[in-house]
Design a protein around this ligand. Structure first.
Ligand SMILES: Nc1ncnc2c1ncn2[C@@H]1O[C@H](COP(=O)(O)OP(=O)(O)OP(=O)(O)O)[C@@H](O)[C@H]1O
Length: 605
């Protein structure tokens, strides 16, 4: 519930919704509600305010609201926005990924009563264990040159949920590999992330008794970025909401569905919005981007959605930049010219207002080198990052932010850090234990305050004193241990981040001193003043030989990139790429860029 001292912030934000009938309708909804809306239309803002309202008015602890997000980063962003309203982590508010929800709130409490086959304690396999198990099983079954990759099996498992139906054998080899792989993992006492959701789906769909139990604990379920969450979660939601009486509040945008390759399907969101028992709200006003960017994004998508800018007078730049010397040339131009120009254009603009977006991590390597050589700091969110942001690693980063000066400004708040810490435990925590934990964390953080100190000893100490003992003892953190271990490796003597200082670790997210470098996929949900979309060449955007469905998904990815910008988008291309065999392919610039420039010219923009 919003606390007294900060309810002014809550009321001010609610006041923002007044001029927007759609946001109001969603905020006032009483039953199932789905918000379908374009980029920058305030879906997240509406969701956060609705969460605050539902917690204050519609449920009473220990009953609560579970909010499922696509990634841990989205969960962290929601947590931050709630904290700004005075609503901190509370035991009756779950914000986390679908895997976290299935692990903590479906499988751990109920799997054994339903005869669901998961190891006890539930232990999530590391990436390496998953890869070696897959390779061993697939090669045993089909020989050393077998054609399947791990991601083929992943998608197959997520899309073919009903193994009694003939469809399960649509690809008999993949079905056999899946069975063998799951058996091998189970024999080793392990599950993987997909298991958590697949078994969670089995639990709720095969056991009527579990529905009222879950509904009693979580009478309200909220879902962010619904379009990215895939069939297993859709089935779980369907069952809980429409058979189990759980109230649903979901937000999403099918045009931003970019995880089809994992089995996600934007159509599931639209299907939900068409139900008679669901109030469907559409938001048309874009608060983020200036008019030219909104129009360019619709032209890039090839669909007229009728989105309007909140402030029609604002002007934007949509620029097409050719750099014939390839990616290095693009990187040099961005670093030497475009970033300094962007900083000079608007007083108060910082590096943190700028993002470089690319399709694949190796492109990021080139840009990272160019930024480092020019003395710019950056934050990188892609697969080349040394560890992923999960609850515990994000908590360590936020503790670093507090220790390196955050304590002076109260950002992040110490109470929030402590509450997140106690929230990592799945069982009931007594008041005495809670007080003890608060004391231990507070003492640790006070001892480690310091601005220019290196981060490595801090990471080693917080792991040794707090995080490792907790994660070893707490089964519900099984899905996060691997990332904490990887974080430790990155800060070990030979690690990639060994030279990072404490404030940079704390500022790895949303820091004004760092340029943001993200893959287009990771950029979902983010916004920046100026966006550089780099490597916009045929063979990369789209990839060579994409199917029709893949091409549509690439187009949506391009759309996601464009719509991150408030004031300016620069699209950089060279007209050629290097393929995976090292050959130069002169296929011209991206067809999306080509089309967009022509369409904008026709409209005189
Ligand atoms: N009613 C409003 N009044 C003023 N500003 C608003 C309002 N609604 C949203 N905004 C602002 O618009 C921006 C975009 O909002 P938000 O991030 O919630 O959009 P979104 O729909 O989740 O975007 P995306 O799908 O692109 O991630 C934010 O800066 C937010 O504060």
């Amino acid at each position: 519930m919003p606390s007294r001292e900060s309810s002014a912030a809550y009321l001010r934000h609610v006041g923002d919704l007044e001029g927007n009938a759609g946001q109001q309708a969603a905020y006032n909804s009483c039953g199932h509600c789905v918000v379908l809306a374009g980029p920058g239309s305030g879906k997240t803002k509406t969701l956060v305010l609705k969460l605050a309202r539902m917690l204050a008015e519609d449920v009473r602890a220990p009953r609560g609201v579970a909010c499922i997000t696509y990634s841990q980063e989205c969960a962290r962003e929601l947590g931050r926005r709630l904290e700004a309203l005075g609503l901190r982590d509370a035991p009756n508010l779950f914000i986390g990924t679908v895997h976290g929800f299935c692990l903590r709130h479906l499988l751990m409490p109920y799997a054994r009563f339903a005869g669901i086959e998961v190891p006890d304690p539930i232990t999530v396999a590391t990436t390496r264990q998953i890869e070696t198990t897959f390779t061993r099983v697939a090669e045993n079954l089909l020989g050393i040159n077998q054609p399947y990759r791990l991601h083929h099996m992943g998608k197959y498992r997520r899309v073919h949920l009903d193994r009694d139906l003939p469809d399960w054998m649509a690809d008999p080899d993949l079905a056999r590999i899946t069975i063998g792989y799951e058996r091998a993992l189970r024999d080793a006492g392990l599950v993987d992330f997909d298991d958590l959701v697949i078994q969670g789906n089995r639990l709720v769909n095969d056991n009527d008794w579990v529905l009222p139990v879950i509904a009693a604990r979580w009478p309200i379920l909220a879902v962010d970025e619904y379009q990215d969450l895939g069939l297993p979660l859709h089935r779980i939601i369907h069952r809980l909401a429409f058979d189990g009486g759980v109230r649903l509040f979901a937000v999403g945008d099918a045009d931003q569905s970019v995880y089809g390759f994992t089995g996600a399907d934007g159509g599931l969101l639209l299907e939900l919005g068409q139900r008679d028992d669901v109030e469907c709200v559409r938001l048309q006003l874009n608060y983020r981007s200036a008019g030219q960017i909104i129009r360019a994004s619709e032209l890039a998508l090839g669909e007229a959605r009728g989105y309007r800018p909140h402030d029609p007078a604002r002007q934007a730049v949509v620029a097409f930049v050719e750099r014939p010397g390839g990616l290095k040339d693009q990187a040099a131009h961005v670093v030497d010219n475009l970033i300094p120009e962007a900083l000079a254009e608007k007083p108060g603009r910082t590096l943190g207002d700028i993002a470089i977006l690319y399709r694949a991590a190796p492109v990021g390597d080139l840009f990272a080198d160019a930024l480092a050589a020019a003395g710019f700091d950056y934050i990188r969110v892609d697969n080349a990052a040394p560890y992923k942001k999960v609850g515990l690693t994000s908590w360590i980063e936020d503790c670093a932010a507090w220790c390196s000066g955050g304590w002076r400004r109260g950002r992040p708040q110490l109470t929030g850090l402590i509450q997140r810490w106690t929230g990592f435990r799945s069982g009931r925590v007594s008041e005495i234990e809670e007080r003890r934990a608060a004391r231990v964390v507070t003492e640790f953080l006070f001892r480690h305050r310091g601005d220019d100190t290196p981060a490595a000893p801090f990471v080693a100490a917080i792991r040794a004193e707090l995080v490792d003992p907790l994660s070893a003892a707490e089964p519900s953190l099984a899905d996060q241990r691997e990332q904490v271990r990887r974080m430790g490796v990155a800060f070990a003597p030979e690690g990639r981040l060994v030279d990072l200082d404490l404030s940079s670790l704390g500022g790895r997210d949303g820091s004004p001193q760092h340029v943001n470098m993200l893959t287009l996929h990771s950029a979902k949900g983010c916004e920046y003043d100026v966006v550089f979309m780099v490597g916009m060449d045929m063979g990369a955007m789209p990839w060579a030989k994409e199917s029709e469905a893949e091409l549509s998904e690439s187009r949506r990815l391009f759309y996601v990139g464009l719509t991150r910008a408030r004031d300016a988008v620069h699209m950089l291309y060279s007209g050629w790429t290097i393929d995976r065999y090292g050959r130069v392919r002169r296929l011209g610039r991206s067809s999306f860029v080509e089309e967009l420039e022509v369409r904008l010219k026709v409209e005189g923009i």
